[in-house]
Design a protein around this ligand. Structure first.
Ligand code: SF4
Ligand code: SF4
Length: 341
């Protein structure tokens, strides 16, 4: 399968209209001067190409904030499956795509999550290139290059988009655009390489740490945890905005007839006071210090053992969302590094 193509920007309307004709299209839209949100778009001029990080990450289209899993009446239980049709998401940056590959492992590895799997199967993913700002550190987390969790990926090369194709679905879509898309030539490829080389040089923050797992283990009693934890408000903002946070709660509601009801799943946060509370009035992580340390460990160390990966993709969403201004992962890693022998 040919993998590299170009689309002149003058033909983007055609590209857009084709996409919209296949189902709903979601893309970053400006919701204030500096905030962006993935929303349904019907016109190309609604797309905020300049958006780096949306408030909520793309996980919201696969793992819903709240949804009914089952209903029951007397002894009969009915599984409630999501109503999902084909949809596309445009504007996924490399960190977003890396986050989806992590979510895929969590929700699609055996036993897979039916709700996530149905939506994921219906999704057409369009990655787009970006230039890092002062909060991006995907390069430090190894997630700055284009991975394969996309159907097509657009790199902005001045008057064209350089398009990489990763799936048969992606190729089929490009074929449907006819002559508007053509194979890349050496000049396009050279512009593509220049773009990504420039991008690599543009990171403003970051760290080099070959073994974050060991660092996190060595520094488990570092005083920084007390310092940060004591400022934490336990508001939980950092978890819904994190593209790889997936904890949820199950809520059972019994109707007044007492023989019917439903089970709902909704996002939860390990930063909430009672997240690790259990019967007998015991709480495994009763203090903000313990909860914050737990979260950071999950992001920077947590999945090394089963999957060999960290769950932070360096998007900076937690940094810009924390009202206490303590979610500075790059700053934290530097403190830990400077404390290590
Ligand atoms: S921990 Fe923060 S920077 Fe890392 S992926 Fe989550 S929101 Fe992004
Ligand atoms: S957003 Fe900040 S203050 Fe709120 S729970 Fe997370 S670390 Fe604590």
């Amino acid at each position: 399968m040919d993998r590299f193509f170009v689309l002149p920007k003058t033909k983007f309307d055609l590209f857009f209209n084709k996409l919209v004709s296949t189902g709903k299209l979601y893309a970053p839209v400006a919701v204030s001067e500096k905030s962006y949100s993935f929303k349904s778009v019907i016109r190309p001029d609604e797309i905020a190409w300049q958006a780096l990080r949306t408030i909520l990450p793309p996980k919201k289209y696969f793992f819903k904030e709240t949804e009914t899993i089952l209903t029951y009446k007397d002894n009969e239980i009915k599984e409630v499956l999501p109503e999902s049709t084909n949809f596309s998401i445009l504007g996924l940056h490399p960190c977003d795509l890396a986050s989806l590959s992590i979510m895929d492992k969590i929700f699609l590895d055996y036993p897979s999550d039916t709700h996530y799997a149905i939506r994921r199967k219906n999704a057409f993913l369009i990655g787009t290139s970006c230039m890092p700002d002062e909060h991006c550190f995907c390069e430090s987390m190894g997630t700055s290059s284009v991975n394969n969790t996309y159907d097509i990926f657009l790199t902005d090369i001045l008057d064209k988009y350089f398009i990489e194709v990763a799936t048969a679905k992606g190729k089929e879509f490009l074929d449907s655009l006819g002559d508007s898309v053509h194979k890349s030539d050496s000049s396009d490829e050279s512009q593509y390489k220049t773009f990504w080389r420039e991008r690599e040089k543009s990171f403003k923050i970051g760290f080099k740490e070959p073994n974050l797992k060991s660092l996190m283990n060595l520094e488990i009693d570092n005083p920084i945890w007390e310092e940060l934890g004591n400022q934490c408000l336990s508001c939980g903002n950092c978890t819904p905005v994190c593209p790889t946070c997936y904890c949820f709660d199950m809520l059972d509601t019994v109707n007044l007839d007492s023989v019917s009801g439903q089970r709902d799943r909704q996002w939860d946060s390990c930063q909430f006071t009672m997240f690790a509370g259990v019967a007998g009035d015991f709480n495994f992580r009763a203090t903000p210090v313990e909860r914050l340390k737990f979260w950071y460990r999950h992001k920077l160390h947590g999945f090394e053992d089963p999957y060999g990966l960290k769950t932070c993709v360096g998007c900076g969403r937690c940094t810009v969302s924390c009202p206490a201004e303590i979610d500075d992962i790059v700053g934290l890693v530097k403190v830990l590094q400077n404390s290590s022998p």
